[in-house]
Design a protein around this ligand. Structure first.
Ligand code: HEM
Length: 538
């Protein structure tokens, strides 16, 4: 049996009780004893010393002293909303996941975020945005923990601490708070050429979205879907905003940072309150699950790669509508715990080495951030499917478990309904063949091309988008103190495109270097531009 919903004394527990936490006509202590005064400490006479025996004083101040929890190590600043996901039922051919395959409505909670700033930083900084969705499906929780940029800085999670150390404020002065305009950021992304693609997206208008409601979202990694017949397909997930993709211009972003640092969270909450519910279509790009896991020469396990939509069109599978603001920021937006490993039958991971590290990292960090291993019991994290696990005890345990034998098989809690086996609708890992191999610490050859995808992005931009990109590189690199870092950045740009490099070099007052690799011969992908996009479909 799972966590109780009724206490031994018949009182509601769990979500119901959490909702009722502040009920009742009287102000009480945390123990429910009514108070007659909460404004004055107990003293020996009106001007006398405060007495240690004042339990209310001690309890109130003690609780206040512990109100803060650690902010997220990344994506600390966010805003979220509740909503529903209505499946079109069109994905049944590729997945058995009921919330996609059937004509189902699934409750969701979505948190948008910046990546580098602390919890109190501003919204309209130049940064990547998080786009994390928790689907409370009938088969368990599925989290799609994505960004508004379809590629990532690095190819292997072992470098994640490094890229974040470089992107966060300098350890000595702790500046800048939330911008990419600093030496360590540029030092890292110019010493790691695989970061060139993501950095170019950051310097484009995608780095300063107009509204969370007007951002695309991407699962980034390639995932593996499994259908009812056990056949597998590789996919990339996309969120397409019904309002289209729109950005601020840099001057607007800077002014708004001062005038209204909460611009994006206010915009999201106000729109929902006014009934202008933001919507996104979920779509998938579908690729055959071939042994080499490539598509048109693109390695699908390399998270610095995208697949142009002209080569693999995004096929709509459902509609997300955000229709309710959280009623308590801490309980919901702050305590929500997403995880790329929260999967349901029909959706599985691939061997993308960045994804592998994420599968460890989120669970690990949440133990610290949310104070122990029982955070799945927090109301915002609870599955809407029945839970029957063997997790017991631990810090902040709120369930009152029944039975004496939390192990399987057992002969004591015989009445406990527990069935094993794939036929019960269990999650079963796709039986993917692991090639015979030797242990190595190295990237595959197919991860080595770092410039053709950024070049395609640059070539796909309209003239005004290119102008913005040039201005962004010039501004951000202009903030660096180290000349060598600026010069190395120009070398990266030269390998993407000579015009881009020359324009930024002029802006910085430095000579433009020659490329060190042959310029890639790639076709533009018009779908990468924000201008004149054909999405959303009607
Ligand atoms: C948080 C996306 C790579 C570690 C987040 C969040 C998003 C996200 C959206 C915020 C979740 C929320 O709103 O609560 C991504 C994407 C990645 C990526 C799209 C690459 C494709 C990584 C990697 C690691 C990592 C490689 C570590 C190896 C974390 C951690 C958090 C986080 C520790 C904080 C989680 C928490 O405190 O609940 N990430 N991330 N991420 N990410 Fe990632």
């Amino acid at each position: 049996s799972g966590p109780d919903t009724v206490s031994p004394t018949g009182q509601p527990t769990g979500v119901e009780q959490a909702r009722m936490a502040q009920s009742g006509a009287y102000l009480t202590t945390a123990q429910g004893t009514r108070l007659y005064d909460t404004d004055h400490s107990l003293k020996a006479g009106p001007r006398g010393p405060v007495l240690l025996q004042d339990h209310h004083l001690r309890e109130k101040v003690m609780h206040f002293d512990h109100e803060r929890i650690p902010e997220r190590v990344v994506h600390a600043r966010g805003a979220a909303a509740h909503g529903v996901f209505q499946s079109y039922g069109t994905a049944a051919e590729v997945t058995k996941a009921a919330f996609l395959a059937e004509d189902e409505e699934t409750p969701v909670f979505v948190r948008f975020s910046t990546v580098l700033g602390s919890r109190g930083s501003s919204d309209t900084v130049r940064d990547t945005r998080g786009f994390a969705t928790k689907f409370y499906t009938s088969e368990g929780v599925f989290d799609l923990v994505g960004n508004n940029i379809p590629v990532f800085f690095i190819q292997d999670a072992i470098k994640f601490p490094d890229v974040i150390h470089a992107g966060k404020p300098h350890p000595d002065r702790e500046i800048p708070q939330a911008q990419s305009a600093h030496d360590t950021f540029w030092d890292f992304v110019t010493l790691h050429s695989e970061a060139a693609h993501h950095t170019l997206w950051n310097m484009s208008d995608r780095g300063i979205p107009r509204s969370y409601r007007m951002m695309e979202g991407f699962g980034v990694h390639t995932f593996r879907l499994v259908n009812a017949a056990g056949e597998t397909t590789l996919v990339k997930f996309h969120w397409k905003p019904k309002l289209g993709v729109h950005s601020l211009v840099w001057e607007e972003a800077q002014i708004i940072n001062g005038v209204d640092p909460d611009f994006h969270r206010r915009d999201l909450a106000d729109a929902i309150e006014a009934g202008a519910y933001p919507q996104w279509e979920l779509g998938i790009q579908v690729f055959p699950d071939t042994p080499d896991q490539t598509f048109e020469g693109i390695d699908l396990l390399d998270p610095t790669n995208l697949v142009p939509e002209e080569l693999a069109p995004v096929q709509p599978v459902g509609l997300l509508t955000l229709n309710r603001n959280p009623s308590n920021y801490f309980a919901e937006t702050e305590q929500v715990a997403f995880h790329v490993g929260h999967l349901v039958p029909g959706i599985d991971v691939t061997d993308d080495p960045l994804l592998a590290g994420r599968l460890f990292s989120y669970l690990d960090t949440q133990i610290t951030r949310l104070g122990g291993p029982n955070f799945p019991q927090l109301p915002i994290n609870r599955p809407h499917a029945p839970v029957n696990d063997m997790q017991r005890d631990g810090m902040h345990q709120t369930a009152v478990h029944r039975g004496v034998a939390p192990y399987r098989p057992n002969s004591l809690d015989g009445g406990c309904p527990f069935h094993a086996g794939a036929e019960t609708g269990a999650f079963v890992e796709a039986p993917v063949r692991v090639p015979e191999a030797t242990k190595v610490r190295q990237a595959p050859e197919s991860f080595a091309d770092h410039f053709s995808q950024p070049r395609r992005f640059w070539l796909s931009m309209t003239p005004i988008e290119r102008e913005h990109i040039i201005a962004a590189y010039t501004f951000e690199l202009g903030k660096c103190y180290e000349q060598a870092v600026k010069e190395r950045a120009l070398q990266v740009l030269a390998n993407i495109d000579p015009v881009l490099c020359a324009e930024v070099a002029t802006g910085l007052g430095l000579p433009a270097p020659e490329p060190t690799v042959p310029l890639a011969d790639v076709e533009p992908s018009p779908a990468l531009s924000q201008v004149g996009r054909t999405w959303p479909t009607e």
